[in-house]
Design a protein around this ligand. Structure first.
Ligand code: HEM
Length: 127
């Protein structure tokens, strides 16, 4: 039997709800809101595409935007360790909101912890 892809486990609808719940928190977070656009519609659309392929679903992010090059795409933004922590807190709360739990949530979240830490590019400018 083929193992179920993480993307199939979560499903497109819950993934979409997760991203919406996440950016609602980002836009209200004092450490994150200042570096994000006011209108997060397009950001959320890209993040849904990205996480779809990150979880093994169709490569719809790359089809539209090319290779993710995530670290390079974050280069214009000062990502401090503090902001990585805040990003992960918003994601953890969003996971609570959409009801992710158990082994699936743990594995997914742990991958995001590694990716978030990899995005850190600014160790000086706190606020
Ligand atoms: C884009 C911040 C971590 C995936 C962005 C943007 C900001 C940002 C400011 C630009 C938004 C826009 O202009 O639309 C941060 C911060 C992080 C973080 C502070 C803390 C560590 C992550 C992680 C992932 C991720 C862990 C993936 C799991 C993306 C994607 C985009 C993006 C896919 C859109 C790239 C594009 O323009 O095509 N992020 N990010 N980010 N971020 Fe992050």
């Amino acid at each position: 039997e083929k193992p179920l892809l993480p993307y199939d486990q979560i499903g497109a609808e819950t993934l979409s709800n997760l991203v919406d719940a996440f950016y609602a928190r980002v836009s209200a977070h004092p450490k994150l809101a200042p570096i994000f656009p006011d209108d997060l519609t397009e950001t959320a659309r890209k993040q849904k595409q990205f996480l779809t392929q990150y979880l093994g679903g169709p490569n719809i992010y790359s089809a539209e935007h090319g290779h993710p090059r995530l670290k390079a795409r974050h280069h214009p933004f000062p990502i401090t360790p503090d902001r990585a922590q805040a990003w992960l807190e918003c994601m953890s709360e969003a996971m609570d909101e959409v009801g992710l739990s158990g082994q699936f949530r743990e594995t997914f979240f742990n991958r995001l912890v590694l990716t978030a830490h990899h995005m850190v590019n600014d160790y000086d400018s706190e606020e």
